[in-house]
Design a protein around this ligand. Structure first.
Ligand code: URA
Length: 478
């Protein structure tokens, strides 16, 4: 029997190198005894025999034999090795061995080895997804007073390292640590490092942003769409103990029917919640939001900027590439055009609060470029809670909505700009809103259409400016 030892149970490259060597030397699966570093020989010997399927004997090996492993196998094996099943290394080797004579083995849905591999991969993928969805950070202050985000997570499989790049890319500008029973991942803003295992108690049970997060969760919990089975499938109960929002679920489910009746009676959406106490709290909570696919795409959210109690709130659609990189709204090409027209209309941007309907940048990658994609109505509706929280905090006296997405975020329906521009349209709390096109629409036009639409845009801004002059005598329209 040949002993093959992995330095780490998730070290795929070490397994690959060793497996290649063993196949090259012609060692059939029943001759090889796989184990992980630290695993005792006795324990290993106590394992069930590794070969449920008979291992055919490839032609006698020579040291020059080429080892065949197609891309499908390598991709699956890279994931399967992360599974906690102690028999996975035997399975992988057996499949690699068989692939030498049966290159289409993994295409056979009835083959027990192919099925077993598929099942391991499915469970590991699901665990990876759950970690991305259910890690909840808590903010603590380090010795210098800077925020550091800590999270506790208990994966079913050894997926921590495989998931590290996702969290690094998603929270690149923050310093964070994910603590698990197997190891700790640290990101200091520049490099990823590992530390020994931790305990759940090493992460605070509560932080300042938690109430805001819980409020958000209650708000987007729509009783009219409640499907308990689907919800528990997506958020299995074993994760609940580490999810602050989970404690609310039984009560929310229990109250769902009454809430639905109330919502229908009032014609409103899900319940309102207390707004955040500060913009800092809002920004921190936003950074953790992943309630829609845009929030999960790994970019940093861009909160609004500007004074509190402004005369005007200017609402765009979503941050673009430049905005996401700088963390500020409307600083790219559309922002420059907006600034030009605001100045022309006599509206001081620095006295307005500028923000977006959707707080994360939605894009499609093309080479190195990130190309803007429109948010869906559903994504805008999910993000409305943040806009409402922002409005409750900022309390603007008038609103300018740029484009249909901004209009939808404020009105709860997609407006027709052609019919509804010229306003004001009163929002439910009485705040007057003006609706016009988005400046990026003007950037896409040229010739006569460009000139005509630009004039209409200027006329819309002039109406807002005239309103500000009436309401606020110190404002001088252009
Ligand atoms: N477009 C928007 O709608 N918002 C921005 O912040 C930038 C471009």
């Amino acid at each position: 029997m040949i002993a093959a030892t992995l330095p780490e149970p998730d070290d795929f490259e070490a397994w690959r190198e060793e497996a290649r060597r063993l196949v090259t030397q012609g060692h059939a699966p029943h001759e090889v005894s796989w184990r992980e570093a630290g695993e005792s020989a006795d324990l290993f010997a106590a394992r069930p025999a590794p070969s449920p399927a008979p291992a055919p004997s490839p032609a006698p090996a020579t040291s020059t034999r080429t080892v065949r492993a197609n891309r499908t196998f390598l991709e699956r094996a890279r994931l399967a090795i992360l599974h906690r099943d102690g028999a996975r290394l035997d399975l992988l080797y057996r499949i690699l061995w068989r692939l030498q004579d049966e290159p289409r083995l993994l295409d056979d849905p009835a083959d027990p080895d192919a099925c077993a591999l598929h099942a391991l991969v499915r469970q590991v993928r699901r665990d990876i997804h759950k970690m991305r969805a259910f890690v909840r950070f808590r903010a603590v202050r380090d010795a210098t007073g800077d925020p550091h985000y800590l999270a506790w997570f208990e994966p079913d499989h050894r997926i921590e390292r495989a998931n590290a790049a996702f969290f690094r890319d998603r929270f690149a500008s923050q310093r964070w640590s994910i603590l698990t029973p197997r190891l700790t991942l640290h990101w200091d803003g520049k490099s990823l490092n590992e530390a020994p295992p931790a305990r759940r108690e090493d992460v605070p049970a509560h932080d300042a942003t938690e109430d805001l997060w819980l409020g958000y969760y209650r708000a987007i919990f729509n009783p009219a769409r409640l499907k308990v089975g689907a919800m528990v499938k997506e958020m299995p109960r074993r994760y609940w103990k580490n999810l602050p929002e989970a404690a609310q679920i039984p009560a929310l489910i229990a109250g769902a029917q009454q809430r639905e009746v109330r919502m229908i009676a009032s014609g409103s959406g899900p319940a309102e919640n207390a707004p955040p106490a500060s913009r800092e709290a809002l920004a921190q909570a936003l950074a953790q939001c992943r309630r829609c696919p845009i929030g999960c795409n790994g970019t940093a959210p861009v909160p609004g900027e500007g004074p509190l109690s402004p005369q005007l709130l200017i609402l765009g659609e979503q941050p673009g590439d430049t905005e996401e990189r700088t963390g500020r709204p409307f600083v790219g090409p559309a922002g420059e055009l907006l600034d030009t027209h605001l100045a022309h209309a006599g509206i001081a941007r620095e006295q307005a609060y500028v923000t977006n309907a959707v707080k994360h940048f939605k894009f499609e990658r093309q080479g190195k470029r990130r190309l803007h994609q429109n948010p869906t109505a559903n994504e805008i509706d999910h993000c409305r809670w943040w806009l409402e929280a922002e409005r409750a905090l900022v309390r603007p006296r008038a609103v300018l909505a740029l484009g249909a997405s901004a209009g939808r975020a404020l009105l709860g329906r997609t407006p027709s700009i052609g019919r509804e521009r010229g306003g004001p349209i009163p929002l439910p709390d009485g705040t007057p809103m003006w609706l016009t096109v988005h400046p990026s629409y003007l950037l896409r036009l040229d010739g006569a259409a460009g000139t005509r639409e630009t004039e209409r845009f200027k006329a819309d801004l002039a109406l807002v400016s005239a309103h500000l002059a009436r309401e606020h005598p110190l404002h001088t329209p252009a």
